[in-house]
Design a protein around this ligand. Structure first.
Ligand code: ASP
Length: 321
C-alpha cells in the first residue's frame, strides 16, 4: 500500500490514510481525502473558495481514475458545487461517458443531488471584485463582453494564483487509483480547462506500473500528457528514475505558450517514488506514506531548472510567445 499527495492534500491526508489502513479501496480513500481538501484547502485554488476566472466565476476541474479497470470520470469548468471530485466519480459510475464540462456537468451534478455551494462572497471573490473595480471605466463599460485576451495575458502568470490537489494511492488489494481537484488558475480565460480534468494529463494510474499526477502549469502537462507518458515509459521497460528523466526531456522540448512551474509526482507499483519540481524558486513539498509507518511523512521535491530561453536559442529557435 502507499499514498502520495502534494502539499495541498494535507487536509485530506488523515482520512485517506485511515481508509487505506481499514482496507477500503484506493478509489474510496482518495475521493474521501479530496472531499476534505475541497472544503479546507490551504490555498485559494481548490474548492469553491478558489480564485475565480477573469469574469469572476469560480469553475472547478476534477478527475479520478481506477488503475485496474481504467474506468475514469472527470468534470471541467463545473460551477457551483462543493465536491467536484464526487461529481467526477459519479460520471465514472453512472454515465456511459468519461468527461462532462460546463453547463452539462452542472446539470448532471444537480441530477445526482450534489451539494451546491452557498451563495456567499468568499475572500477570493472579494479580491476579484476589488481588482474589477480598479479597472479603467473603458473596460468595465462592456463587461463581461469586453475583450479579455490582453487582460488574461497580464494576469495569468501570477504564481500565487494557482494550485491543485493530486492523490495517488495503492490499496490492500494492490489496486492503484489517482485523482485531482482544482479551481485552476485564477484569472483564467472563461472556459479554460487545465490538465486536471484530462485523464492522462492531470493524473494517470495503472496497477501494473504505478501512478503519476501533475500540479502547476496545466498547459505544459497537457501538451506532453506527462502522467500518461510516464506510465507508458514504465510499460516500455524504463525504471521510475528513467521514466521521469524521459518525461523531463519531453518537457524541455516545449516551445512557446505558457511555460512556468510544473510539479511531476510519480510512484511505481512497488512504492518507489520521485517528485520533481520544474522551475520553482521556492521549495515544493509533498506527503508520502509507505504502507508501513504510522503516518505520512513530508518531503521536499527535487528541484530541476529548465532554461527555456537558453534551450530554444541553442536549438536555433525563437523562444517565447
Ligand atoms: N494544474 C492546475 C491547472 O493548470 C493548476 C496548478 O496545479 O497550479 O489548472
Amino acid at each position: 500500500m502507499f499514498l502520495l499527495t502534494n502539499s495541498a492534500g494535507l487536509p485530506g491526508l488523515k482520512t485517506t490514510l485511515a481508509k487505506l489502513k481499514r482496507g477500503e479501496s484506493a478509489l474510496d480513500a482518495i475521493e474521501a481525502g479530496i472531499r476534505e481538501v475541497e472544503l479546507n484547502a490551504p490555498c485559494l485554488s481548490v474548492g469553491h473558495i478558489g480564485r475565480p476566472d477573469i469574469t469572476g466565476h469560480v469553475t472547478q476541474d476534477a478527475s479520478i481514475l481506477c488503475g485496474k479497470t481504467f474506468r475514469a470520470g472527470s468534470v471541467g469548468a463545473l460551477e457551483g458545487f462543493k465536491h467536484p471530485i464526487s461529481v467526477a466519480r459519479a460520471v465514472m459510475e453512472r454515465l456511459p461517458h468519461v468527461m462532462l464540462a460546463g453547463d452539462g456537468a452542472a446539470r448532471f451534478a444537480r441530477e445526482i443531488g450534489a451539494e451546491a455551494v452557498p451563495n456567499q462572497p468568499t475572500p477570493a471573490l472579494q479580491e476579484w471584485e476589488k481588482w474589477f473595480q480598479a479597472l479603467p471605466e473603458s473596460k468595465r463599460r462592456d463587461w463581461p463582453q469586453a475583450p479579455l485576451i490582453d487582460l488574461c495575458h497580464e494576469q495569468i502568470n501570477k504564481k500565487s494564483s494557482r494550485d491543485t490537489t493530486v492523490f495517488m494511492a495503492q490499496d490492500r488489494a494492490g489496486n492503484i487509483a489517482a485523482a485531482a481537484s482544482t479551481s485552476g488558475w485564477g484569472m483564467k480565460y472563461p472556459g479554460r480547462l487545465g490538465d486536471s480534468p484530462v485523464i492522462g494529463a492531470g493524473i494517470y494510474a495503472d496497477n501494473r506500473f504505478g501512478a503519476a499526477g501533475c500540479t502547476g502549469t496545466g498547459e505544459m502537462a497537457l501538451r506532453m500528457l506527462v502522467p500518461h507518458a510516464l506510465i507508458n515509459f514504465r510499460q516500455a521497460g524504463q525504471s521510475l528514475d528513467k521514466a521521469m528523466k524521459t518525461c523531463l526531456e519531453n518537457v524541455r522540448c516545449l516551445q512557446g505558450g505558457l511555460l512556468s512551474g510544473l510539479v511531476i509526482h510519480a510512484i511505481d507499483e512497488t512504492g518507489k517514488l520521485d517528485v520533481v519540481a520544474v522551475n520553482y524558486t521556492t521549495p515544493i513539498d509533498y506527503y508520502h506514506w509507505d504502507g508501513v509507518a504510522a503516518a505520512a511523512v513530508k518531503h521536499e521535491a527535487r528541484s530541476v531548472k529548465i532554461s527555456y530561453a537558453a534551450f530554444h536559442k541553442s536549438a536555433g529557435q525563437a523562444a517565447g510567445t
